[in-house]
Design a protein around this ligand. Sequence first.
Ligand code: AMP
Length: 316
Amino acid sequence: MTDTTAPALTPPTRPATPPATPPATPVVARTRDELREARSALDDGDVAVVMTMGALHEGHATLIHQARQAHRHVVVTIFLNPLQFGPKEDLSRYPRTFDADLEICTAAGVDLVFAPTPDVIYPDGDPGVRVSAGPLGDVLEGQARPGHFDGMLTVVGKLMHLTRCSAAYFGQKDAQQLLLIRRMCRDLDFPVRVVAVPTVREPDGLAMSSRNTYLTASDRETALCLSAALRAGAEAAPEGPSAVRRAARAVLVREPLALVDYLVLVHPDTLEDVPEWYRGEALLAVAGRVGTTRLIDNLPVLVGPGGGALETFTQA
Ligand code: AMP
């Protein structure tokens, strides 16, 4: 007799790897009430924040990944802070790419994105009371951008309060900003651990920046002299400070289309030029205009025997 019954039922074979569940889109909060509600849902663990102005790139993503690895929850803020832009700066043309930013946050496992407008952050208009960066905010970037660091610290302080974070991740790319945020947290007793993340670069050395989108193809070629100068300076680190400055300057003078604002080798805590006898960690920093775009870059270096480039400074 022919067996016409259906073949014996075998349990369906499981795929070798279960289908990946797509990462959940972060909650997006735009108002203080929305933030309060979404933030209270994260009260079961420590919260790290990554503060950004949007137009996210791999540099931002790296900050988020590092925060993700060390903390239960990650909040990303996306806020173009008018307080830290001068009247002649690029606030109006700054790239705004919210949808793409949200995709990056989703892929990186962010829990909450806080993306307020200026009236949410400054409901009474310009704040009469601001955080003062003090003398460290008047040099280097502060000299080129008066008031920038007071505006930056004011919003960073507000966002630390609003997000109730226990840690905040910032890029070494903005070395003076990082130093001032550390100082603010220490001097004003913010209970927040500030974590520095090394600068993320394009394969050719250009430091990633949202402002790189302003560069034309030839600007971009020109801009490479900044990171090349830093590398050359770091290579001369074993020979001492003047050798570092000389080597870096030699690269910059070969590129007349880069209008250098400053090239300095300074102490990482005081931002004062290190003297010739100095041996130890120092910040080699450069700023300049390429086309219509102002770019900054820096390398932490160890000056003296066995010296060279460092990823970040050893002090916390
Ligand atoms: P921004 O959106 O430019 O204000 O940057 C937000 C944060 O990302 C700051 O802490 C920056 O220092 C950091 N960041 C920006 N570019 C880079 C980069 N290329 N590598 C590492 N961190 C970066």
